[in-house]
Structure formats: C-alpha cells, structure tokens
Design a protein around this ligand. Structure first.
Ligand code: AGP
Length: 610
C-alpha cells in the first residue's frame, strides 16, 4: 500500500529516493516524505500532502543533500492524509523511520511511550515505532539491536526502514507481513518495497524472508533472521530488460496497458511447438501434484477474484473438476470443510495482496494437496510461498485498475483447465487442441477489439452524467459483467453493480428507469436467448440498454438500445474479448469525466495491508 525506498551510498541520495518514489507511487499517493542525513549529521526532512511531485517541488525549492536517506509514499490507514501523518516519522530530531503495514497494538504502545515522555506529532499507528527505536538507541543499543527490540514489541504487519543521526552511515530495516527487498549495488546498497523502485540503480536483489532484519551501509549488508542468527540470503539477478515505466504515446498507463494486451497475452501463453500445453508450465513437480487433484479452491481479491469466477465455469464444464472460488478476506477467517484432494489456487497480479497471502499461509497442514500461485510478479511473497507457480508475464502493470493482469490470469486459468482436463481424461485430445488453437488466436481477436477504441469512446459519452449503472451477464459472462462494473466504479466513481441477468426480476428491476444505463454482455452462447428475454424486461420498463454482442446475436440499434458489435470469436475467448471492450468503456467514461484514472481516489495498486 505504502512505498518505501532507502539509500546508503557515497553519492547524493535524494535523486535516487525521488525516482524510486515516483516508480512506487502506484502503491499509495496521498502524501510523501523523505529524510536524509547530511555531512554534519543533521536530519533533513521534507514531508508533503499529495503526490510525489509535491515532494519533488519541495526538494527543488529547498535542496536537501545527503548520501543516506529514506523515503515514503503513503496510502492512509491510520490517520488522515496530511503532512503531519506523512512519513518519515521523527523521534527527538535523531531517528527517522518509514513504515508500510498496520501496527495493531499501537494504542497500548502509544500510551507506554507517552508515559516515557515521548511526544507524538501524528495520529498514525507508525509513529510509536520511531519512538520505540529511539528509546532503545538511547539505552545504548546498536541500530540492529534497537530494531530487534522494537519489532519484538510490535503486533501486526510491517516493512520498516530507519536511520539514526548518531549512526549516520547505516540504515536498518525489518519486514513481517509486508514486502521489502534489498537492492545490491557496487559501493552502495538500497531498500525498497518493490524492486521496480530500484531498477534504475541495480539489477541484483535480495528478497527478505518474513521476520528478517537487515542493516545496510554503502559498503556492507547484514541480514538477521527470525531466530536472531546472521544469515546469507540469495542474491537474484533480474535478467529481463529494464521495464520502462513511462506512458509512451499514451495519456495514461491504463490506456497503454489495455493496448499492450495482444503482446501480453501472447507472452503469457506457453504452447509447445506441437500445439500442446505442458503441466511443466506450472512448475517442476506440477505433474505429480496435478495427478492427485480432485477439486480446486480458488482464492483471490478484486479483479483477480473475478478471474477465478470465470475459471470456475471452465474447470467444471471442460475439465469436470469441482471448483470453489472465494474472496481471500472471507476465506481466511472461515471454518472450512475441504473436499479431499483439493488444490489451492491463489490468483494475484502483485503477489503481495495481504489477504490472499494470509489465506495461503493460514491453511492447515494437509488441508490441500498443494498450492499454485498465478501471479504477475516473480519473487513476490505469494510466488515464494507456493508449491507451484504460473507467472503471467504481463509486464509491470502501473495503472491501479487491473487490465492486462486480468486477461493474462484468464489465459493461465484456461491453460490450467486444459492440462487438468486432459490428465483427468475429461477433455479429449481433439477438444484440448481446439481450445489451445483458440488461445493461440486470442491476440488477433483482442487486437480487433482495440481497433474499436474510437467507437467505444463515443459510446462512453452516454455515461458521463449518470450516477448508477447495471452490468448484466449470464453464465460465464456474469463474472465478466462483475469485472466491467468494478472497472467502471473504481475509475469513474459511477456506482456500478453487476447481476446475473436472470436475477433482475428478483429485485434490481425496481431500479430500472431512463436514468439507469444497463450494459449487457451478450455474445452468442447457449444462454443468449435467456439473456435476450431478460433484456426485454429491461426495455419494457424504459431502461436504456448498451448491448455488447457479436454479429450472430442479431441485436440492432433502436430506441433505448445501442449495440457495440464485437468480433465473432471462439466461445472460450469471449470472456477475454468482451472484457477488453468493457475496459475501454470504463477508461473513456473516466476520461470524459476527468478523474485521475491511473490513481483513483482512495485506492492503491498493491493492497499489502489487511
Ligand atoms: C483491480 O482493478 C483492482 N484495483 C483490485 O481489485 C485488485 O485486483 C485487487 O486488489 C487484487 O490485487 P492482486 O491481483 O494484486 O492480488
């Protein structure tokens, strides 16, 4: 949620910190701050309400120089967005600290620290940590020792980085429940919540384990594990080309990422030369695990949950495997009865979503035959904690609204369906080949939808002044409607709900009037005639319909009915093809409305707190 960057170097650190924050801004963007230690061991602090650009302006107006520094971009959990609540937090003008996560026992600790004479200047849960650190340092602890004692007092989740003017070359950090990586440089070392923040300065990273403490200087690094022992953690070199995080010729990352989908989908697909999909795509040992699978439990949040909802139709209909799908925040706290032989499948773009990660970590011994993570970020916490992994290879997704990550997740889940269906004998060789061939042609169909961008832009005008919308679908296109509604609400702030069309008459039909646009996902499938009847129910009540359909569905523009004609494609591709059109609709509605659509209000890209 929040983003952390820290630098211990021999060169000026502020530029690296600010560029790192700029790259991390997708994680949170309500306030930002930076603390540096200068040559005279002074602590220099800038904190600003608003975007990283505000912090950059403050630094340009009043340059703070130093080789050791920490910086933070915030997504408020405890305490409103304000300069006072922005990080770094400071104790006695000596210690500075940045925190990502939530400290559950902050109220009790705050009382304790106040009793010890500490004064609080913010309403955050984080400020207690900096005073705790100061307290232990004042008692004569080393920085690592003080951090070890401080985190021993914390309940909750955290990634922390701190500096101390009396130990000016060092930064100490710790992680538990929130991600933190060490960037390994030559004559300089770094820390960040996401390696993306540091790709301009290094390609070598250490992914810290839960409970790790680390101390960096420009010349050294020391990692201490949960048991207090010094450990060596593996350095991973990121070999792929440096991911550009500029918008290219697009005005928004979201638009760029929607248009990147033909490439991303082709990259996600792993089809052998003989047009087969191998179980090995899911990791070594996948075959042995898959042979024991009798049922699937998918767990995810938000858009990734919708991918799971689509996959349930595929897994049950094509592979003949019972499949349950649940949002992680519910799954993790529920008493469950698991079908024997169930495979736990977690789906997550970031691989860092706190609820999804907790769901995976909290499963009982022997509850599942194994765990498979479908994720977009290599070396993410979810990837490292799972038995099997499928990397969706969508490339960095910066827009808060997930687009290419969703469609590549669907590719992964269809590949899983094909592999499992074949191993169970539910899918014939011919059917598997037909599905694989369809997947192979997917990028072309998506390209055809992208060419409708100007048409969809025009269609979007009708939504600008609306306050509510309904999205309808039936069968597998109901979760597609859910994803369409989520996209519209998160970036345009228009209230949008999705319903299975057959459910309309059980309540939501009461909402239908000329002010309520209704978007129907209506490709030609087995349920089209049922859907058509539901749409008639809407029309006869004066509802305004926007029908996304192929030519064969036979809808025509008329009073109260506008049709967006989408390419006719194999049935298995429809959820992806129609989703791309819905992404463009949301994008253009938000664009017309002038919202900050890459960074919608109140949201963050990576939800690493509960
Ligand atoms: C999607 O547009 C959202 N911003 C959000 O629902 C997201 O999908 C959810 O937070 C899960 O994230 P993950 O895929 O990184 O786990």
């Amino acid at each position: 949620m929040c983003g952390i960057v820290a630098v211990a170097a021999r060169r000026e650190a502020s530029e690296i910190l600010l560029e790192g924050l700029r790259r991390l801004e997708y994680r949170g963007y309500d306030s930002a701050g930076m603390a540096l230690i200068d040559n005279e061991k002074n602590l220099l602090l800038h904190k600003k309400l608003g975007r990283v650009s505000e912090l950059m302006k403050a630094q340009a107006m009043e340059p703070h120089l130093g080789c050791v520094g920490i910086a933070h971009t915030r997504w408020a959990t405890h305490g409103e967005p304000s300069a006072a609540n922005a990080h770094p937090h400071i104790s006695n003008q000596r210690v500075a600290l940045v925190h990502n996560g939530i400290i559950e026992n902050h109220a009790a600790l705050r009382g304790e620290m106040i009793d010890l004479g500490y004064e609080f200047t913010s309403t955050t849960d984080s400020e207690v940590i900096v005073h705790l650190l100061h307290h232990f340092l004042r008692d004569g602890e080393t920085m690592l020792g003080a951090m070890q004692k401080a985190v021993g007092r914390l309940q909750g989740a955290y990634a922390l980085a701190a500096l101390d003017t009396e130990n000016p070359g060092q930064i100490v950090a710790a992680r538990e429940g929130s991600p933190l990586v060490v960037g390994v440089g030559i004559g300089e070392n770094f820390l960040a919540s996401d390696q993306l923040a540091l790709r301009q300065v290094t390609d070598r990273f250490i992914y810290l384990e839960e409970g790790d403490l680390v101390q960096i200087t420009s010349a050294s690094m020391q990692v201490i594990d949960l048991s207090g022992q010094r450990v060596e953690r593996q350095v991973t070199r990121i070999s792929e080309a440096l991911e550009t995080i500029d918008r290219g010729n697009y005005d928004h990352f979201m638009h760029k990422e929607i248009h990147q989908q033909p490439r991303a989908l082709a990259d996600a697909l792993q089809i052998d030369a003989d047009r087969r999909i191998s179980a090995k795509c899911f990791g070594t040992g996948a075959e042995a695990v898959f042979d024991r699978v009798a049922a699937i439990q998918i767990v995810a949040c938000g858009t990734s949950y919708h991918a799971g909802m689509v996959a349930r139709y595929w897994l049950e209909q094509l592979a003949g495997i019972p499949c349950q799908v649940e949002v992680a925040s519910e799954f993790r706290y529920r008493t469950r009865v698991q079908h024997p032989g169930t495979l736990l499948v977690t789906v997550s773009q970031s691989g860092e979503t706190a609820d999804t990660l907790a769901a995976l970590r909290n499963v009982a011994e022997g509850e599942f035959v194994g765990s498979l993570a479908i994720a977009n970020v290599d070396n993410s916490s979810l990837v490292r904690a799972s038995d099997l992994v499928f990397l969706t290879r969508a490339g960095a997704e910066i827009g808060v609204a997930s687009t290419k990550a969703f469609t590549t997740q669907l590719v992964a889940l269809m590949m899983l369906t094909i592999v499992l269906g074949q191993r169970r004998g539910s899918l014939t060789e011919n059917k598997a080949r037909e599905l694989t061939n369809a997947l192979h042609s997917l990028p072309e169909f998506v390209q055809q939808v992208l060419e409708l961008d100007p048409t969809i832009e025009k269609l979007a005008e009708a939504f600008i002044n609306k306050h509510h919308t309904l999205f309808l679908g039936r069968g597998i296109h109901y979760p597609v409607a859910m994803e369409g509604a989520l996209k519209l609400k998160e970036i345009s702030y228009i209230h949008a709900e999705a319903y299975p069309a057959g459910e309309l008459k059980h309540g939501p039909l009461a909402l239908v009037d000329a002010d309520m646009p209704i978007v129907a996902v209506a490709p030609t499938d087995d349920l089209l005639e049922k859907l058509r009847s539901n749409l008639e129910e809407v029309r006869s009540r004066g509802g305004e319909l926007y029908v996304f359909a192929d030519k064969e569905a036979g809808f025509a523009n008329g009073p109260g009915l506008r049709v967006l004609q989408l390419p006719s494609c194999p049935e298995v591709l429809m959820p992806i093809v129609y989703t791309v059109a819905l992404q463009l609709l949301s994008y253009h509605v938000a664009l017309h409305k002038g919202t900050d659509l890459d960074k919608p209000r109140n949201l963050a890209k990576s939800v690493t707190v509960e």
